[in-house]
Design a protein around this ligand. Structure first.
Ligand code: SF4
Ligand code: SF4
Length: 236
């Protein structure tokens, strides 16, 4: 049996999620979007860490962010594997935030400074279509992030607009899941070739050091390769 069953299990989990997403009845999603009638009141809270933990970048978004400013990205938090040498691995980049938790592209006037080039997650927010475990422990679909915690509701949304939102959201979720599948497939191959394995105990020990401020090595999956970074908790 392969020593990297954990990586294959993670890959299979994302494959199952992708199958579930493909089977989701799109018209039901369109109906929910129209029924909820979400309206943005431009409060800008979603561009801050207080409201949104981090801005995850799909590969095309990471490429665009790196082109605009190579210092604007860092390894996405919540590293997904750790080898026996204490190196972490993660499926992509996230956008850097300022010390106060606001996005580096949020202007003083409360507007996005790169609005026309903003990233996929910024375009679909607050819509989502993925399964999560709720507070009551049930695993179910979530359609809106922070439902009832921001914005306005029961605004008129045409069927056409609802369909556009649904299509864009599904495209984002599909790209995200495909990125995870590519990551775990490449990581399993890389571990096999280099006699590496994911060790939970090493993960936990190295994470404790990271949380204390120690610099750690993180390899980020981007465009089919792993890129090396050294980061500490202070970078986030
Ligand atoms: S890139 Fe723009 S829209 Fe996206 S989080 Fe930053 S400020 Fe907000
Ligand atoms: S999407 Fe929500 S959190 Fe973001 S600016 Fe609009 S109302 Fe505020």
């Amino acid at each position: 049996m392969s020593k990297n069953q954990y990586l294959y299990r993670r890959r299979d989990h994302y494959r199952e999620e992708l199958d579930a997403l493909m089977a989701y009845p799109v018209e039901e999603f369109v109906e929910a979007v129209c029924d909820i009638g979400f309206g943005c009141d431009c409060c800008t809270r979603c561009c801050t860490r207080a409201f949104n933990d981090h801005v995850f970048l799909l590969e095309e978004d990471a490429a665009s962010a790196l082109e605009m400013d190579p210092a604007s990205v860092l390894p996405a938090p919540y590293y997904e594997a750790c080898d026996q040498n204490g190196t972490f691995y993660v499926s992509g980049y996230a956008l850097r935030a300022r010390g106060d938790g606001s996005c580096i592209y949020l202007g003083d006037d409360g507007r996005c400074r790169i609005y026309d080039r903003r990233f996929s997650i910024c375009r679909i927010y607050p819509y989502m279509l993925h399964r999560e475990t709720g507070e009551d422990g049930t695993y179910d679909w979530r359609l809106i992030s922070g439902l009832d915690e921001h914005g306005t509701y029961h605004n008129p949304i045409s069927r056409e607009e609802g369909r556009r939102i649904a299509k864009e959201t599904i495209a984002y979720e599909t790209a995200y899941l495909e990125q995870e599948i590519r990551f775990f497939t490449a990581l399993a191959e890389y571990f096999e070739e280099n006699a590496l394995q994911h060790i939970r105990r090493t993960f936990d020990m190295t994470m404790r050091e990271f949380e204390k401020g120690t610099e750690v090595r993180v390899r980020v999956f981007h465009q089919g390769q792993f890129f090396d970074h050294c980061v500490s908790n202070y970078d986030y």
